[in-house]
Design a protein around this ligand. Structure first.
Ligand code: NI
Length: 190
């Protein structure tokens, strides 16, 4: 077990296109994934991408607490910890929605980002099996945020207007931030 150092915005590893993983069952890949899980929970965050721990590989992980599942999603227990290797996303329909995001690579900051409301995603699990799911709302948002990291994209680059971008503490005090839209410090970072 190891807690890895998290790269912050400005580090070149966050701006590059990550490489596909050749063998998902490679022990070195499994070690990296185990360390990423420890790092994500320690941070704490609900998602993490390998470039955020200075490993430019196409690996993401996330989970969705049950109380964050949007209406229309199956199940009430949330989405369990999911590791996706070489993930792919396909938007479903053309609906988009805007919500506040945070990121472990931009500590203490948040901003409103528009994302596809509904997606399909697929990738390989660490045992080499295929994971294929349909997601909407917050679940879909988390997956899109994490996969963006694999293409060198951080959420401020997706923002329509930087006016809602700032420090969580200040946004929470601001009249432009309706109550309930700003995540608690550290609770939503991915
Ligand atoms: Ni992030």
């Amino acid at each position: 077990m190891a807690i890895l150092k998290i790269a912050k915005m400005g580090h070149p590893v966050l701006a590059q296109i990550a490489s596909p993983v050749d063998d998902p069952c490679d022990p070195a890949v499994h070690r990296l994934i185990a360390d990423m899980i420890d790092t994500m929970y320690d941070a704490p965050g609900i998602g993490l991408a390998a470039p955020q721990v200075h490993a430019p590989l196409r690996i993401v992980m996330f989970y969705v607490p049950g109380d964050r599942l949007d209406e229309g999603e199956d199940g009430t227990a949330g989405v369990p910890l999911t590791v996706l290797i070489n993930p792919e996303i396909t938007p479903v329909g053309d609906h988009v929605n805007e919500a506040v995001e945070g990121c472990l690579s931009l500590p203490k900051m948040a901003g409103r980002v528009r994302r596809h409301t509904e997606i399909r995603y697929r990738g390989l699990a660490p045992d080499g099996s295929t994971v294929e799911r349909h997601a909407r709302g917050f679940h879909a948002r988390v997956v899109q945020h994490e996969c963006d990291h694999l293409d060198g994209i951080l959420y401020p680059m997706r923002m329509d207007a930087l006016t809602s971008f700032g420090y969580i503490d200040e946004l929470a005090k601001s009249a432009t931030a309706p109550s309930g839209t700003v995540p608690q410090k550290g609770s939503d970072d991915d």
